[in-house]
Design a protein around this ligand. Structure first.
Ligand code: BDR
Ligand code: CA
Length: 309
């Protein structure tokens, strides 16, 4: 049996966060030990309720969920309901979960687990970086205790998706991002739009899940969370931003990185912009094996093969 990597997922569920959770629960090399939530795509109450509902849907109701920060460090919260819909799950109506939340809050849970298992845990952030910034402020030894951090965020050499220069997760809490990028993590990888925009589920995948009634929950989840994007917004593709970050956490060879020092703009003119200002210790993903990443996703969650065009 492959040695499994212990992962904490920090999410703002969120459509592609839901797909990332599905991937993490199904991948044989991942031991998903906890999920923490944060205000991002949607407020933290909905993000937490969505996370619980998704885990229940996946038959993974034993994984502890810890509610995290309800707003960015210094700014009002700006959500992304324009893409994820008003409930945050892209039109999915999953049964609400009845189960209890983990006793400690997101940042406290990250600190506790990392302290208990130094050098073992990979933290994967797929929402704004508020929880990690708070945790780091309280416990700087997280830098030694976490085995690695892989975050979905940034638009380094490509345009942003909220403003011409900013990617959503960084835009929502740029002060938190600035603190995380300037902390001396020995292994911190940023999976930004430079690579995530190239890794997408297509309309052919959407058609395939809709014409197959007999799918495992990890695959039928796409039928639920893809509704808003593929029907109401009439998109032809659905980028796997957050699943790619989880995939890289266990298979770094999916991307090629540059060693970077990253600066985050916090002034209003270009708020949330992520700039590489020279070499440094942050690994910024600049190239991706997109076919292999999509294939890994399909195979792991059990998506049916799309019909050839
Ligand atoms: C990121 O923003 C969110 O809307 C997605 O869930 C993803 O984490 C992409 O910019
Ligand atoms: Ca997200």
């Amino acid at each position: 049996m492959t040695e499994r990597t212990s992962i904490i997922l920090d999410v703002d569920t969120g459509t592609d966060d839901a797909l990332a959770i599905a991937f993490a629960t199904r991948h044989p090399a991942i031991d998903l030990i906890a999920v923490t939530t944060v205000a991002g795509n949607i407020d933290v109450e909905k993000a937490t309720a969505n996370t619980l509902a998704v885990l229940d849907w996946l038959g993974a109701g034993e994984i502890p969920v810890h509610r995290g920060a309800s707003r960015p460090l210094v700014r009002p919260h700006r959500d992304a309901t324009y893409f994820h819909d008003e409930h945050g799950l892209g039109g999915a109506r999953l049964p609400a979960s009845e189960r209890e939340l983990g006793a400690d809050r997101g940042p406290a849970a990250i600190i506790r687990l990392a302290r208990q298992r130094p050098g073992e845990i990979v933290l994967v952030n797929t929402g704004p970086l508020t929880n990690l910034a708070i945790a780091l402020n309280v416990e700087p030894r997280l830098i030694e205790w976490l085995r690695a951090v892989v975050l979905m965020g940034g638009a380094f050499h490509v345009p942003g998706n909220v403003t011409p220069t900013a990617e959503f997760n960084i835009y929502v809490d740029p002060e938190a991002a600035e603190q995380v990028f300037s902390a001396p993590f020995p292994r911190l990888t940023a999976i930004g739009l430079d690579v995530t925009e190239r890794v997408a589920i297509t309309r052919a995948d959407w058609d395939a899940v809709n014409s197959d009634a007999d799918l495992p929950p990890s695959a039928s989840l796409l039928r639920e969370v893809g509704k808003f994007a593929f029907t109401r917004l009439d998109r032809d593709r659905f980028a796997l931003h957050d699943p790619l970050a989880v995939a890289v956490a266990i298979d770094p060879s999916l991307v090629r990185n540059e060693d970077a020092t990253v600066v985050v703009d916090t002034s209003e003119a270009e708020v949330g912009r992520t700039r590489v200002v020279g070499p440094g210790s942050v690994q910024v993903a600049v190239e991706v094996d997109a076919d292999r990443a999509v294939e890994t996703y399909r195979r792991t969650v059990g998506l049916p093969l799309p019909k050839p065009a």
